[in-house]
Design a binder for this molecule. Sequence first.
Ligand code: SAM
Length: 214
Amino acid sequence: MRVRNKPWASDFLKSHPDIAIQDPAAHKGKWKELFGNDHPIHIEVGSGKGRFMAGMAKQNPDTNYIAIELFQSVIIDVLQKVLDEELPNLKILNVNAEDLRDYFDYGEIDRVYLNFSDPWPKNRHEKRRLTFKTFLSIYEDILIKGGEVHFKTDNQGLFEYSLQSFSAYGMLLKFVSLDLHNSSYEGNVMTEYEEKFSKLGQRIYRSEAKFQTE
Ligand code: SAM
């Protein structure tokens, strides 16, 4: 994804440390304390501008959400949404998903969402795909036992790759849709990319994969 540099993004994030968490490692094992309740915590890895996270936070006030995004110049849009829509159950982390074990304890997270993850189509970039086995291992560690990864994409190649990756890892596929918008699935919250690609007539794929409990 091409990202335009916004020099003021860092200051904007730092000026709202209650939402854009500045020292996430300090909260490892204590995220529920930070939210001030015992509600489950769901994260989106690669949240982009956060339409999905903001929509989910509004729809489900009894769930806590954390938007995780590599680029400051993108994640500032999530911060703006939290400020505009007053969403106490949505926090922001400007970090690399590779390091999630540094920020979350074993079993601290209840669900992982991956939406329209970068496909990295070249074989030599396989390790960068957010559904590669090393990322699955990170999600397994920070998730509750039997935790789930919910995944949406318009990219058929990445979807097929990811289903194989989930399966090879020993995960159980609970739900697969090859055409989400023409399925009976209810309560879908669209992401920015989903809106863009579905307007172009692209099919949207969706899966729910569950880690084994033993
Ligand atoms: N989920 C959003 C949507 O559906 O509109 C954004 C999709 S965008 C194609 C993928 C996002 O994942 C980008 O914003 C990118 O910066 C982020 N990303 C990719 N690899 C990441 C990583 N290792 N850690 C955190 N974010 C990552």
